[in-house]
Design a protein around this ligand. Sequence first.
Ligand code: ZN
Length: 82
Amino acid sequence: MPTVKPKVDLSDFPTGVTFRQRCTVGKALDALKPDQREKAVAALSSMDITHRAISSVLSKWSGITVRESTIGRHRRKGCACE
Ligand SMILES: [Zn+2]
């Protein structure tokens, strides 16, 4: 008689969609004043501006530390931000 293994409960592991959380870029943008957010969003879509420059300004404005790598992921839309 074959052994029946118990079905593994994977509910602790979020699936692909829910795993994509809003990143710190999104959180930092939420913390900005409307005019700052407008500039930051424009900077994010301008490829002339480096991840480093955005990381520096966004961290200063929002008080939230935003890593360059997070900026990169946000720009590639690898996060769950709009
Ligand atoms: Zn994001």
